[in-house]
Design a protein around this ligand. Structure first.
Ligand code: XIL
Length: 367
């Protein structure tokens, strides 16, 4: 799990050999989890990973990880070989990094940064400011505007400085809009007012001049009031010379709601504003039980999400919110739903994996 890059490569190769042997026995590659021959080419050549394919078009392909999952060595090894980027699922959130006022704890975030470094993955920081998973001292306190501004400034400054040079991007503000495009009335909005967003971005920039600063949200993949609100906000921030480098689209999609309308056009309009875009938390859930038809539709959607990103030059990468149904937040948060990721609970590829791979391979050939 903490092997150096060359050691990893050797292990990958032997895994391919083992996989080829297993495939010869089974007469099919479909059931082989970690390794996969390029379908259009010599089966003896080591397969390129999703990240290697994405890198050919200048993108990364990543997966989130929550700290306890690193103890699952089979899981951690595949994460370290197949992907080029990771995001801590919880480890850098406010409750984890500043559990008491002014007392910082970077243990969980550091564990993921160390794992990522050992495995050659880059890290997105998630997240400096959010209405959820705040420590009780903060959410249950009563604050004046000046106090809360100073708490927010100190939090952002300490966390960003600690991870300077270790993360390439930060979700500075997470989920700050309502579905109708109005500002979410989180504690920061209520006490400080909408100016907290520009403040947060400026403080983050002051703490690390190089890291990419993002706004991030869900239900912003389609054209509509929520994505319009971000479009307007980012345009204004740019005009006001507030540092903003990217827009993150979480992409927690669900088959029963239909594919987000105008997805690619939406990505493009943000890119045209002069910011990067990325798909930051992709999963595509379904009502359980899963069946062949739903898995085929899911695969189609994964392919379309990937293709849309590859079509837009400033779409810099895709992060799955976990890669396997073995470790996914969906069943806990959406009862009766699940099967949202491209690898199943046994770390076997689902049709979604092949769909992603096909899009990446096609783009890699074009470039
Ligand atoms: C989720 C984590 O995956 C869970 O483990 C945790 O209990 C709740 O948060 N949008 C986000 C992520 O920005 O931080 C959330 O992660 C999923 C929704």
């Amino acid at each position: 799990m903490r092997a150096s890059a060359p050691a990893r490569r050797i292990r990958t190769r032997s895994a391919v050999v083992a996989a080829a042997a297993a495939a010869a026995l089974l007469g099919s590659l479909a059931s082989v989890p970690a390794a996969h021959a390029d379908s259009d080419s010599d089966r003896r050549r080591p397969a390129r990973t999703l990240h290697e394919l994405a890198r050919e078009s200048g993108r990364y392909f990543g997966s989130a990880v929550d700290n306890p999952e690193l103890a699952d060595t089979e899981f951690a090894e595949l994460l370290g070989t197949e992907f080029g980027q990771t995001t801590p699922g919880n480890g850098m959130k406010w409750y984890a990094t500043e559990p008491e006022r002014g007392v910082f704890d970077f243990t969980a975030g550091d564990e993921i940064v160390d794992y990522a470094k050992a495995n050659g993955l880059k890290v997105r920081g998630h997240t400096l400011l959010w209405h959820s998973q705040l420590p009780a001292w903060l959410s249950e306190g009563t604050w004046t505007k000046a106090e809360l501004r100073s708490i927010l400034k100190n939090h952002i400054t300490q966390v960003v400085k600690h991870y300077k040079g270790k993360v390439f991007a930060w979700d500075v503000a997470n989920e700050i809009m309502n579905e109708d495009g109005t500002y979410r009335e989180n504690i920061f909005y209520k006490v400080i007012g909408p100016g907290y967003i520009a403040d947060a971005l400026r403080w983050a920039r002051a703490a690390d001049p190089k890291v990419k600063l993002y706004l991030n949200d869900y239900n912003v993949e389609a054209l509509g009031p929520k994505s319009d609100a971000y479009y307007t906000l980012i345009k204004q921030l740019k005009k006001d010379r507030v540092p903003i480098d990217g827009f993150g689209l979480q992409a927690h999609l669900a088959l029963q709601y239909g594919f987000p309308g105008g997805y690619e056009e939406n990505l493009r309009r943000f890119a045209d504003l002069g910011v990067d875009v990325s798909i930051t938390e992709l999963d595509i859930r379904m009502q359980l039980p899963a069946d062949e038809a739903k898995l085929a539709e899911q695969a189609d959607w994964y392919g379309r999400v990937t293709e849309g990103c590859l079509e837009v030059r400033r779409c810099v990468g895709i992060t799955l919110w976990g890669y396997t149904d073995r470790h996914s937040w969906i069943p806990d948060f959406f009862p009766g739903e699940g099967a949202a990721l491209p690898w199943d609970e046994n770390l076997r590829h689902k049709p979604a994996y092949d769909a992603i791979r096909e899009e990446l391979a096609e783009a890699a050939e074009d470039d």
